[in-house]
Design a protein around this ligand. Structure first.
Ligand code: GLP
Length: 240
């Protein structure tokens, strides 16, 4: 596991953009897994800027969202599809997001994971981490062997999206996520975390035992994981 600590969120966004550009530079047809959340927004803005300036070429790369809400109308403002439309303005070969209004969320996300495999699997899976240790929508109690599936969202995960959906009530109760086992099949993984509120969970995920209580801790079992943290998110680590 590699840990990179950057001075602040702005530096983290630049380094994350560098890493994503490097993956696509090395393999123009790269398959990326991408998260939503506040953390990657600045990095996505930087990718968008670099692509517009001709500094990076994503035109042959494919991106798969790592999760989406379920039982939501397609035009709900808080869906991950809406997030990517707002924040990732890249001319990709394809950006694939599970359909939030799919009638059978479990079948939708399983077919989506099959599509990732048919595309050759993820060359780089970028992740954020929830304050409860979730990665994508693998909430606490997610097994190492878990596969793509519909999941019940925890209260704290729903609360984080209340503003985007307009109210807590409007946030769907079900999500669709690639599973831990699907994520661990990516050839490389990049986890981004910024801010002091992530410090305790980052320390548990990085330094504690791998266990289902902290789904991000399963990433310890992957040989190609890089944690990119700002100083605040790294402040709980005892080994640096
Ligand atoms: C969300 C998403 C995750 C994301 C995480 C952290 O609910 N499902 O993919 O990584 O929570 O979000 P943030 O970066 O806003 O803290």
């Amino acid at each position: 596991m590699k840990i990179e600590v950057l001075p602040d969120a702005a530096a983290l966004a630049q380094r994350a953009a560098d890493a994503i550009c490097a993956a696509v530079g090395a393999k123009p047809s790269a398959v990326l897994g991408l998260p939503t959340g506040a953390t990657p927004i600045e990095a996505y803005a930087e990718l968008t800027r670099r692509a517009a300036a001709g500094e990076a070429d994503f035109s042959r790369a494919t991106a798969f969202a790592v999760d989406e809400f379920a039982a939501a109308s397609r035009d709900a403002p808080g869906t991950n599809a809406a997030f990517f439309a707002r924040h990732l303005r890249l001319p990709l070969a394809a950006l694939r997001v599970p359909r939030a209004d799919a009638p059978d969320p479990d079948a939708e996300i399983r077919a989506f994971a099959d599509e990732v495999r048919r595309a050759g699997g993820m060359d780089l899976c970028v992740l954020g981490i929830g304050v409860n240790g979730h990665i994508a929508f693998n909430e606490p109690d997610s097994a190492r062997a878990s596969r793509a599936r519909a999941v019940e969202l925890r209260a704290e995960s729903r609360a984080a999206h209340a503003a985007a959906f307009g109210s807590l009530d409007a946030v769907p109760r079900i999500g669709m996520t690639l599973g831990i086992a699907d994520i661990l099949e990516a050839r490389a993984i990049l986890v981004l975390a910024s801010g002091a509120r992530k410090a305790a969970i980052v320390a548990r995920a990085v330094e504690g035992d791998a266990c289902a209580d902290v789904p991000a801790s399963w990433l310890r079992e992957h040989p190609g994981v890089t944690w990119m943290l700002d100083e605040a998110a790294a402040s709980g680590l005892t080994r640096r």
